[in-house]
Design a protein. Structure first.
Length: 93
């Protein structure tokens, strides 16, 4: 089932995000199976990254929780908020 994982960075954490970026990218590449969409969230300036969103297929909620607990940004303490919710996608015809 699809889950949306919404992660907001702690304030003033751009440097930490930059330091962990390569590890994050490698983790996402290693876990791309079931990935539907993912990427950074930006501040209103459309330049400053302030979080991330992942929409990915998992067997259950515990698998989604395991995925994010092992995620390098999360392990480094970047996120102030992490929300995990079942996600339902539709296509507008």
């Amino acid at each position: 089932m699809l889950f949306a994982i919404y992660m907001l960075d702690k304030p003033d954490s751009e440097e930490l995000r930059a330091q962990i970026g390569k590890s994050h990218a490698a983790y996402m590449a290693e876990n791309e199976n079931g990935m539907r969409m993912g990427g950074p969230l930006y501040a209103d300036d459309h330049k400053t990254m302030i979080g991330s969103v992942v929409i990915k297929n998992f067997d259950d909620r515990s698998a989604a929780e395991k995925f994010i607990s092992d995620e390098p940004y999360n392990k480094a303490g970047l996120f102030e908020t992490v929300l995990i919710n079942p996600f339902g996608a539709f296509v507008d015809k």
